[in-house]
Ligand binder design. Structure first.
Ligand SMILES: [Zn+2]
Length: 444
């Protein structure tokens, strides 16, 4: 065996797949450069050939979690807009507070979010926000893998498209390949059809995918039908956005013809259950979408609507909600919940075959999770522990692209105390809503 950069010793490998979750105890995992090169029974790989060894006895090793939809820097607005309906949430709080943001705020917000995500076992995030050079810089430093989209409303179409293209030129493939750039039109309810068509043309020209919000509420669907004679999902197809890889956040209110359209064009869906519960916006038909073959992964959305960036919680809520909605305890079983949080998220990003599995040849994005807590023991079924009992704080070690970014709860890539200080210092100024300024107005 050639030299290994990292050897994880004596772990229980949990590798969720589309049909079953493979579980093997007593394994060693060899990593060279950014990739997993071997998974073998403990004792078969020579520890002397490893530059670094992490002892994992008693821990689960699994693929890092994929957060398919986030607005990382919104951690700065955590808890600042509560118990209000969507229109008020946008107009009176979020879009008013976002008018206060400076590029530097966004950098520190993104770092705070990166730390929270790493500590909770997220290794890849698809983020949609403003001043994305700051977010890219923060994630590159923190060691995350990210798909980044600069939010565009189409208020100044030419400038916004040029800015997005410039961001892609600077960051697509950067940070050892950890950063990828997509285009980020905000939503069919905020962007004009002409602008969405222009975005689709630009995405084709640049060979990039798009990340957009759509079909969040029943009212948005009604308004779209009245205005365009099309559902929001049909709008995405009509303007040409489905000709490129497309990731659609939410898709909570989709009709059977929308589901067929998304399946035919292999549109990925980011399901963010906690936001939808908090905003009372309805729950996506996840089971029906997945049965149609649509890759549905899980997202935290921003912390202004979720409060935390905890993908374990999203996994749990996603499974519970489908059981509740369908009045069927068999709906969205353990195996499917684990797959949605890992490999199916990778599929939704067009990264299958490369990301989301714990197998030789895949990128070494993986986590070690403790399962010895009193809230987990005794352990009858490991998958049940991971979906329903494990907490984000049970994540012990995080590896992204072959690099250890957290070892035994010790963050190795960022100065947590300084990040917390910066976020706290900025919080009061950012929460001001005087002056009537807004980055956008929500109206249907
Ligand atoms: Zn969002």
């Amino acid at each position: 065996m050639e030299a290994m950069d990292l050897l994880l010793r004596d772990v229980t490998v949990v590798d969720p797949g589309p049909d079953r979750t493979a579980i093997r105890s007593g394994c060693d995992i060899a990593i060279r450069g950014p990739a997993i090169v071997a998974v073998e029974p403990t004792g078969q790989l020579d520890p002397a050939a490893a530059r670094q060894i992490i002892e994992g006895t008693g821990m689960v090793a699994m693929p890092g979690l994929i957060n398919l939809h986030a607005h990382a820097a919104m951690v700065l607005f955590r808890g600042a807009a509560e118990d209000v309906p969507l229109e008020e949430w946008f107009n009176d709080y979020i879009w008013a507070m976002e008018a206060n943001l400076t590029p530097e705020d966004i950098y520190w917000g993104a770092l705070l979010a990166a730390v929270e995500m790493i500590e909770g076992g997220i290794t890849t995030v698809a983020d949609h926000y403003f001043e994305m050079d700051q977010v890219a810089q923060a994630f590159a430093e923190a060691g995350l893998r990210a798909h980044l989209a600069w939010t565009m409303f189409g208020q100044q179409p030419a400038e916004e498209l040029e800015r997005a293209a410039g961001f892609a030129a600077r960051w697509h493939g950067a940070a050892e390949g950890r950063i990828r750039v997509w285009l980020g039109p905000h939503a069919p309810y905020t962007c004009s059809l002409d602008f969405l068509e222009a975005v689709a043309r630009e995405a084709r020209r640049l060979g990039l995918g798009c990340h957009i919000h759509a079909a969040e509420t029943a009212e948005q669907v009604t308004a779209s039908l009245q205005r365009n004679g099309l559902t929001p999902i049909q709008v995405l197809e009509r303007v040409g956005l489905m000709a490129q890889p497309l990731l659609c956040a939410h898709a909570a209110h989709v009709a059977p013809q929308d589901i067929a359209l998304m399946a035919a064009h292999r549109v990925g869906v980011a399901h963010c259950p906690k936001t939808f519960l908090k905003l009372a916006a309805g729950i996506a038909p996840v089971v029906a979408m997945r049965e149609a073959g649509i890759p549905v992964g899980l997202g935290t959305d921003g912390a202004a609507s979720n409060n935390t960036l905890d993908l374990w919680e999203q996994m749990r809520l996603a499974a519970l909600l489908q059981k509740h909605e369908r009045q069927d305890a068999r709906a969205l079983p353990l195996q499917e919940a684990l797959w949605m949080a890992t490999g199916e998220g990778a599929r939704a990003l067009g990264e299958e075959g490369r990301l989301g599995r714990l197998q030789p040849g895949y990128l070494a994005d993986l986590i070690l999770v403790r399962v010895d807590g009193v809230h987990v023991q005794p352990l009858h079924r490991l998958e049940a522990a991971l979906v329903y009992a494990v907490r984000a704080s049970d994540v012990d070690t995080v590896i992204v692209n072959g690099r250890v970014v957290m070892a035994h709860r010790q963050l190795l890539t960022a100065d947590k105390a300084e990040i917390l200080r910066q976020a706290q210092e900025r919080a009061a100024r950012l929460a001001q809503r005087a002056g009537g300024r807004r980055v956008q107005t929500y109206s249907l």
